[in-house]
Ligand binder design. Sequence first.
Ligand SMILES: [Zn+2]
Length: 257
Amino acid sequence: MWRNIRIAILIAILAIVGGGAWLDQRRTTSWEYTVRVGAFPVNADGSAAAASYIAALDAAQLRPVSDFIAREARRYGVTIDTPVDIRLYPPPAAAPPVLAPDAGLIGRALWSLKLRHYRSQVVGDIARSRPKIALFLLYHDPARSPTLPHSLGLQRGLTGVVHLFATRAQAEQNAIVTTHELLHTFGATDEYDPVNDAPLYPGGYAEPLREPRYPQHFAEIMAGRVPLGPGRQEMPDDLSQVVIGPVTAAEIGWREH
Ligand SMILES: [Zn+2]
């Protein structure tokens, strides 16, 4: 019986604290003010490769992300010059909590509580003009991790946990992944089929009304791939081959649904 009571109390706490909106999201999607985004690099595997990559990291490497959002915002008639301003902060003392791939509902809720606590500590350490959105950029040595854990962007928590490769050769792909997760924090949803990575129609298409439909020339950011034909798609080289499609634009408040 005690076990059941403990679980009931835990669920009640999670419902109150974890279930509601973590943070105020309205101001981030009004697009009337520049949204400050804090980027916090983390050495994910304790490797020398990640350490030297982070040491050499500067704000210029995050510019393609904010430039992309500014370029696309303009295309949708958003008038603010700088929709997002991404600042690079020093690495936090500890890495963010890890979500186990097999985590159930309670495991996920507990992780989200831990992440919320972690985020408030990291952002709380910043003296002035704290970022509205926190992106934790977790760098991995590609020689150790040929594949990366799933990245996550949470609108409720205004937080992204982004797994990236610690190599300049992956800079363009890192920028695409970072942009994708950042847009999740603005309310964008995935537009690809997790089973085969195929972009979903119409949301995952840059030009859904294009005739003929294939091949498409751009990737939609929340789909991440350029549709070439039914069941055929390829990765874009860099953000110049990526756009924000009309469905995503509506989700983040750039146009009416
Ligand atoms: Zn996603």
